[in-house]
Design a protein around this ligand. Structure first.
Ligand code: SF4
Length: 206
């Protein structure tokens, strides 16, 4: 997909509330609401079925994601897929997206203004996808749903949280990149994913 720079900065002024994910993504790929549009190859809206059991939410696209237009295709994506296998969850049951849709230069952390500008896209995706469980991966994803929460304090605990005028069931986990940096955490991560798989199969994710 070519770079999308045709819209003037600040497009769209208001994030739309269309009736389908496809309609939402058609506008999202033209978004210029924050300055990250200037260096991206393309917007990475997210991928997966339109009625997923789980919505995984990460931070922002990296170099591979920016190139391919798909979230979690690098090393973090490989680990996430391995964890899904451990949990007995198929890729077809999950939708994967990020709180930031355009790659920050040199993979720097997202800035507050960028997170604010991009926030409405996630709110609309959650409304349209209506997942049974939302799994946040890492700090920025968790704090999108629960301001100031710390991953180390709440990871692995399923909780109900108010979100965008409704309520979601949120399972906070660390980002796969943190497990790649510290492989000693992997057994605990695997157990957290096994529990997620059991939650889905038992119906208690409803
Ligand atoms: S990061 Fe989000 S708000 Fe910023 S340009 Fe990309 S899609 Fe738009």
């Amino acid at each position: 997909m070519p770079a999308t720079r045709s819209e003037p900065p600040g497009f769209p002024a208001t994030i739309p509330s269309p009736g389908s994910l496809q309609q939402l993504h058609e506008v999202m790929v033209r978004c210029t609401r924050c300055s990250l549009f200037m260096n991206r190859t393309q917007v990475v809206p997210g991928s997966g079925p339109s009625r997923p059991d789980i919505l995984f939410v990460g931070e922002a696209p990296g170099a591979s994601e920016d190139r391919e237009g798909i979230p979690f295709v690098g090393r973090s994506g490989e680990l996430l897929e391995a964890m899904l296998e451990v949990a007995g969850i198929s890729r077809e049951e999950v939708f994967i997206a990020n709180v930031i849709r355009c790659r920050p230069p040199k993979n720097r952390n997202p800035r507050a203004a960028e997170l604010r500008a991009c926030r409405g896209w996630m709110e609309e995706q959650v409304r349209l996808l209506n997942p049974r469980i939302v799994v946040s991966l890492g700090r920025y994803a968790l704090q999108h749903f629960v301001a100031k929460a710390r991953v180390t304090e709440v990871q692995g605990r399923l909780r109900k949280v108010a979100y965008s005028g409704g309520e979601i069931r949120l399972l906070p986990l660390v980002h796969p990149s943190a497990v790649l940096r510290d492989p000693s955490f992997r057994p605990k991560y695997e157990e957290q994913f096994r529990r997620l798989g059991r939650l889905l199969r038992s119906g208690s994710g409803d």
